[in-house]
Structures are given as C-alpha cells and as structure tokens.
Design a protein around this ligand. Structure first.
Ligand SMILES: [Zn+2]
Length: 47
C-alpha cells in the first residue's frame, strides 16, 4: 500500500512489481500519475 502524492489517498493495488537488486519496487497509479514504493528485501539469497 502506498500513499498518492497528489490526493494522499492510499492505493492498495500496485499495477506493476519488480525486483531491483535487493529492493522490491512496486508501481502504483492514481490521479493519472505513476509513483513507486521501494521495499528493501530483508532476506538474502543463499547458495
Ligand atoms: Zn491520487
């Protein structure tokens, strides 16, 4: 969940998600604008 920077409404559903290194990126859309939330991954990949 992320807060829209324009109307400050909480947007529950992300339109797109992907991993960027150790960060999980969630993209949201509201008010015709796209904004992102970055979530640091707390686990590490083990061999
Ligand atoms: Zn909005």
């Amino acid at each position: 969940m992320a807060r829209c920077p324009t109307c400050e409404k909480e947007v529950e559903t992300s339109v797109k998600e992907w991993d960027l290194g150790k960060t999980h990126v969630k993209q949201y859309e509201c008010c015709g604008k796209k904004f992102r939330e970055y979530v640091k991954m707390i686990y590490e990949l083990r061999r």
